[in-house]
Design a protein around this ligand. Structure first.
Ligand code: GAR
Length: 202
């Protein structure tokens, strides 16, 4: 069985992308990053991809008449690189029908909170503001909703009295870098079964 070809979509810093590339390069997962795409030409994620010798591509959504048109161009790009699994890694846009229909149950996301709590933007800050004692991160399949798809893996971290929103976010990010490659590895080995909302490990 060949390696699962990943298309990683990232809008910014790209530390999750890095953890995926590192796991792939170290042979920890049966997957390889085929292309990195960003909606933001300044994203450091693109730089990380170039450094690793991985194609780094950008499209400006503002240059398209509609979300569908933009996604069709993105789909073409993903297909050109033989992408099988789409990984959102700090991608700050909702993925729409064009991509979801083309990759059924093959679009995943990492979210910096314990879903279904604190979906949407700044999950770490939301949890911090709310005053929870534990937070964490979630890797999940992507559906049409905002962070609503079936949950693959979660990691929990404590919130300490002397934390700041930033120190909490850093503790969460450390776990993100573990569970995202782990989830991709499970998919690459065909070790996940989806039954409705529930995801089981085989
Ligand atoms: C990560 O914390 C990720 O969970 C979050 O953005 C950060 C990106 O960091 N994603 C979302 O909030 C998605 N709504 P990175 O660019 O260093 O991987």
């Amino acid at each position: 069985m060949g390696k699962l070809r990943l298309g990683v979509l990232a809008s910014g810093w790209g530390s999750n992308l890095q953890s995926i590339m590192d796991a792939a390069a170290a042979g920890k997962i049966k997957a390889e990053v085929a292309v990195v795409f960003s909606d933001n030409n300044d994203a450091f994620a693109l730089e990380r991809a170039r450094k690793a010798g991985i194609p780094a591509r950008h499209l400006n959504p503002r240059n398209f008449g509609s979300k569908d048109e933009c996604e069709k161009a993105l789909l073409k790009l993903l297909n050109e690189h033989g992408v099988q699994l789409v990984c959102l890694a700090g991608y700050m846009r909702m993925v729409g029908k064009v991509i979801l229909d083309a990759f059924p149950n093959m679009v995943i996301n990492i979210h910096p909170a314990l879903l279904p709590a604190f979906p949407g933007l700044c999950g770490q800050q939301q949890a911090w503001d709310y005053g929870v004692k534990f937070s964490g991160c979630t890797v999940h399949f992507v559906d049409e909703g905002m962070d609503t798809g079936p949950i693959i893996i979660q990691a929990v971290v404590p919130v300490y009295d002397d934390d700041t929103a930033d120190s909490l976010a850093a503790r969460i990010l450390e776990q993100e870098h573990k569970i995202y490659p782990e989830a991709i590895g499970l998919i690459a080995e065909g070790r996940l079964k989806l039954n409705g909302r529930k995801v089981f490990r085989l």
